[in-house]
Design a protein around this ligand. Structure first.
Ligand code: TYM
Length: 336
């Protein structure tokens, strides 16, 4: 084994192609490599920073679980669970919060983006979010964290927090987790604006491909995707952000190097390229959507798998939390 992997995804919405190419597909590859112990978490407590609709929270949590299973996460080989089922995350979060300077949190761009202009009205949870993210990872003493590029800053902070804990208490307890940003599509952009990230929070559903979209919807979204009037497709994110994004998606889905695909598409008109892209997206996504629908028809089975995953996750996290409590000097309850 090369180490222990931890990664998470929020159930704020269904899963889109950015999540799939930037993260989930890599999670499956890493699981299948057999080289790591893999722990994958649906981070509902993180989603609560922005989602205040209990029905949607419940439905999205199961939907994300189904999407992960349908994409190839095997609940036997990987540990798949829901964050709120394992209290060790929030328990460790408090300890880590006590070694994290506010100055570090003030630098987080995601807080600034999400809080927008109303900083005073933003919830504490949104501000403290990256500390909980560090706790997620460190509760397992994970060594590697596969994510998309947008999580880079949060992961640097997780490393800093791990280092701060070690230094403050004079231990070498937490490994500094390594980000793994893998594949061709580490930052998938919106279909409507090639300079904006494809995101769950974009109000326009036309901006993203969801794993639940049917073939007609996928074809329509790609046909309507923003394009330019230059003949031929090549990679030039500065001047042709949309063409570059669609080319990257194509290469990632085809599992071929971008340069190779680019050489092939140099003379292809945009509309013909879009037709090929739509076919490829449908070929790759339709089987996942179909499997998701089957899984979602049996929610009790999903809940059972998640409960089993939480037991396995807790079995790793509880002894780590106990050791942290010992390191910081919390008096153990006598029965321990
Ligand atoms: P979240 O739920 O926003 O996204 C889940 C994963 O998808 C990746 N991703 C993308 N990759 C490429 N292009 C995009 N347009 C795109 N959009 C999203 C993200 O990088 C991520 O890997 N804070 C995290 C969740 C989290 C977490 C953790 C991750 C909580 N605790 C511990 C790792 C370790 C988040 O909001 O991801």
């Amino acid at each position: 084994m090369h180490g222990r992997i931890f990664s998470g995804i929020q159930p704020t919405h269904g899963i889109h192609l950015g999540n799939y190419l930037g993260a989930i597909r890599n999670w499956v590859v890493l699981q299948d490599s057999g080289a790591y112990e893999c722990i994958y978490c649906i981070v509902d407590q993180h989603a609560l920073t922005t989602l205040h609709d209990p029905g949607a929270m419940r439905a999205n949590t199961r939907e994300v679980a189904a999407a992960l299973l349908a994409s190839g996460i095997d609940p036997e080989r990987s540990i798949l669970f829901v964050q709120s089922h394992v209290p060790a995350h929030t328990q460790l979060y408090w300890v880590l919060g006590c070694v994290t300077p506010l100055g570090w949190l003030n630098r987080m761009t995601q807080f600034k983006e999400k809080a927008g202009k109303d900083r005073e009205g933003a919830p504490l949870g949104l501000y403290a979010y990256p500390v909980l993210q560090a706790a997620d990872i460190l509760a397992y003493r994970a060594t590697h964290v596969p994510v998309g590029e947008d999580q880079k800053q949060h992961l640097e902070l997780s490393r800093d927090i791990a280092g701060a804990f070690n230094r403050k208490f004079g231990v070498d307890y937490f490994p500094l987790p390594e980000p793994m940003i893998l594949g061709e599509a580490t930052r998938v952009m919106s279909l409507r604006d090639g300079t904006k990230k494809m995101s769950k929070s974009d109000p326009s559903d036309m901006s993203r491909i969801n794993l639940t979209d049917d073939p007609d919807t996928i074809a329509l979204k790609i046909r309507r995707a923003k394009s330019d009037s230059i003949l031929g497709i090549w990679y030039d994110p500065e001047n042709r952000p949309e063409a570059s994004n669609l080319l990257t998606i194509y290469a990632a889905l085809a599992e071929r190097p971008r340069a190779e695909v680019e050489a092939e598409l140099r003379e292809t008109p945009f509309s013909a390229f879009k037709t090929r892209l739509a076919e490829l997206v449908i070929e790759k996504i339709a089987p996942i959507s179909a499997r998701m629908r089957e899984l979602l028809a049996e929610p009790a089975e999903i809940d059972r798998l998640l409960a089993r995953g939480a037991e396995r996750a807790a079995a790793i996290a509880i002894p780590i939390l106990e050791e942290v409590y010992r390191i910081v000097g919390f008096l153990p309850p006598v029965s321990r």
